[in-house]
Design a protein around this ligand. Structure first.
Ligand code: ZN
Length: 202
C-alpha cells in the first residue's frame, strides 16, 4: 500500500466540526483496533501536511484525540529554533487530553493552523503548561511542557474544545504566511507589532 493511501483530508475553518466540543474516547474504543488505524492515518496526514500536530476535528472526527511530534530534522532546519525554544518532541498520541497553565509567564509568536491554510497571526500563549491525557495503550500520562512544545500542546488541545488559534490571536496581526516571511520572519515580533499597529483600538 502506498504511504499516501492513508492520508485524510484536512477540513478548513468554517466546517462546524472545528467548533464542536469533542467527546471523550471510551476505554473500549482505545482498546479497539480502529483507534490504531485512525492514529496511523492522522500521523501520516500530519507528516504529509507537514505539521507538528493534528487534532481529530481537523480530519472531521469529533473525538478527543490529537497527535503531536516535533522532529529533529525540522528543528535543525529552522534558523529560529533557538528563539522559539523548539525541542524534540517524540510522536505522542493524546486521548482525552486537557492542559492548565503553570505559572503566569507567556510568550507571543506567529502561529498557523493546517485548518486555516495560508495564514498566520501573533498568539500569546502560556510559556509552561501541565497536560494530562491517556495514551494509545490506555495508560494515564501527565507531564509539563515549555517553550514551543507548550505552544503545540495548547494549540492541539484547544482544537478538542472547538477553539482555533484565531480565537486567541491579535486580530490586527493576521497575515498571509508569505507576508510574515517577507516582512518579519519569526524573530521580529516587536517590529511586526509596531508596523501592524496591533494594539490600536478600533
Ligand atoms: Zn490547528
Amino acid at each position: 500500500m502506498p504511504a499516501d493511501a492513508t492520508l485524510l483530508p484536512i477540513v478548513q475553518l468554517g466546517n462546524p466540526v472545528l467548533r464542536t466540543r469533542t467527546r471523550d474516547v471510551s476505554a473500549a474504543d482505545i482498546a479497539s483496533p480502529h483507534l490504531g488505524v485512525t492514529v496511523g492515518a492522522m500521523q501520516q496526514t500530519m507528516y504529509a501536511a507537514p505539521g507538528v500536530g493534528l487534532a481529530a476535528p481537523q480530519v472531521g472526527l469529533d473525538i478527543r484525540l490529537c497527535v503531536l511530534e516535533d522532529r529533529e530534522e525540522s528543528i535543525g532546519a529552522d534558523p529560529d529554533a533557538g528563539l522559539l525554544e523548539r525541542a524534540h518532541l517524540p510522536f505522542t498520541v493524546m486521548i482525552n487530553a486537557s492542559y492548565s497553565a503553570v505559572g503566569d509567564e507567556r510568550r507571543e509568536f506567529w502561529e498557523g493552523c493546517l485548518s486555516m491554510s495560508g495564514y498566520r497571526a501573533l498568539v500569546l500563549r502560556w510559556y509552561r503548561v501541565s497536560a494530562n491525557w491517556t495514551d494509545e495503550h490506555g495508560s494515564a500520562q501527565s507531564r509539563e511542557f515549555s517553550g514551543w512544545q507548550a505552544r503545540i500542546v495548547q494549540h492541539e488541545i484547544d482544537h478538542l474544545d472547538g477553539i482555533v488559534y484565531v480565537d486567541r490571536c491579535l486580530p490586527r496581526s493576521l497575515s498571509t504566511s508569505p507576508n510574515v516571511e517577507a516582512f518579519w520572519g519569526q524573530n521580529a515580533v516587536s517590529e511586526a507589532r509596531t508596523q501592524m499597529d496591533v494594539d490600536r483600538p478600533l
